[in-house]
Ligand binder design. Structure first.
Ligand SMILES: Cc1ncc(COP(=O)(O)O)c(C=O)c1O
Length: 370
């Protein structure tokens, strides 16, 4: 049997640089101490702006004054324990975006190939290009609804000797999803030195994909969607410790701030709120489907907090976008496979109120501009 071992980027292959500032929290944990006099970190005096203290409180300002724990120990432990993992199988960063950027940096050298689906989460193509990587795009299968083509992605990764394959599951912008079993079979089909970045930002809205790790897969999660904290910038990766250790050496160690860690830890423990957000989003999704069916508006199935509509042509999309914009609403327009226009609508209660609902569920426009 082949041994999968994703190949690190050149500077991270042998002697990896280590972080010169492991942080005061680590010092306290290692020595079982409390450090009251922080004389090593060059932080400011505890003198707070009155206007800020009035608005946000002194406790918050004290947290903002201090450098964060670069390892996000408490948050990492809480996340790992819920997934039945150890702390070294979890890595925190400033959102799933930061993690995508990190794993591209850590596992692909400039000039090497990254394989992804044509039209999937556009940030990835943007990051890949800005890092000097060669993005190789594979089309979605289109029937019965657009879905990432796992067989073609694996075949392309082998043919092009890709260093990284990116797959969003559930996918943005199609809303489609593959099962955990299909994903594991896919990972086994990849070349031995390829890393699969499996972006599960929307996983909470989809059927459970299971708790599994493989040596060539990093699974990314976000606090921005089902945890409702997009402005906080927190996301985490789950992978084998040796994969995370390599990424760790390329990570901006203070990217997740003290406040972000504290708020994210509390939100993580609030299971009832998480369930509420997912259930409320599910209710909006069902309502959207019912109203769309009633007027004959074509849409793709969705395992996410948005619904995507196929459009007859770009002009239909532009018209819809402009009509909504005139009423103070934004939607996202994109293209699948480089030429199939779509409109993606985030599930928010406002879309069911007039005049937005009249525009979106307009029986005249319901054939999506055809
Ligand atoms: C597929 C996918 N991945 C990642 C992100 C970004 O997540 P975060 O806010 O955690 O960076 C998004 C946001 O829309 C997304 O759609």
């Amino acid at each position: 049997m082949s041994i999968h071992r994703p190949k690190p980027a050149k500077p991270l292959r042998k002697r990896r640089p280590s972080n010169p500032f492991p942080g005061i929290a680590a010092l306290e944990r290692q020595g079982g101490l409390t450090i009251d006099a922080r004389l090593s970190a060059n932080e400011a005096l505890p003198l707070y702006s009155e206007s800020l203290a009035q608005r946000y409180g002194q406790g918050l300002l004290e947290q903002a004054r201090l450098y964060p724990d670069p390892t996000a120990y408490e948050l990492r432990r809480a996340i790992a324990s819920e997934h039945g993992l150890t702390g070294d199988q979890v890595l925190l960063d400033a959102g799933a975006d930061a993690l995508i950027h990190l794993f591209l940096r850590a596992f692909a050298d400039p000039g090497s190939v990254v394989v992804l689906t044509a039209g999937t989460y556009p940030t990835v193509d943007y990051f890949a290009r800005s890092l000097g990587l060669r993005a190789c795009l594979v089309g979605y299968t289109l029937y019965p609804a657009p879905t990432a083509d796992l067989a073609a992605l694996a075949e392309t990764a082998r043919r092009r000797q890709a260093r990284v394959v990116y797959l969003a599951n559930p996918d943005n912008p199609t809303g489609s999803v593959h099962s955990g079993a299909a994903l594991q079979a896919f990972a086994r089909e990849l070349p031995e030195s390829t890393l699969l970045i499996l972006d599960e930002a929307y996983e909470a809205f989809a059927p459970a994909a299971g708790n599994w790790l493989m040596p060539n897969v990093v699974r990314l999660r976000s606090f921005s969607k089902a945890l409702g904290l997009a402005g906080l910038r927190v996301g985490y990766a789950m992978a084998a410790p040796d994969v995370l250790e390599i990424a760790q050496a390329a990570r901006l160690h203070y990217a997740v701030g003290t406040l972000a860690q504290a708020i994210a830890t509390q939100a993580w423990e609030d299971h009832a709120h998480r369930q509420l957000l997912v259930a409320a989003t599910g209710a909006l999704r069902s309502r959207f489907f019912e109203m769309a069916t009633a007027v004959g508006l074509r849409h793709y199935p969705s395992a996410t907090n948005f619904v995507t509509l196929p459009l007859a042509n770009e002009q239909a999309g532009e018209r819809l976008r402009q009509r909504l914009l005139d009423r103070g609403a934004s939607i996202y327009l994109g293209q699948l496979n480089g030429h199939l226009p779509i409109a993606r609508v985030t599930l928010q209660p406002e879309l069911f109120t007039a005049p937005l609902s009249e525009i979106l569920f307009d029986p005249e426009e319901a054939r999506n501009g055809e």
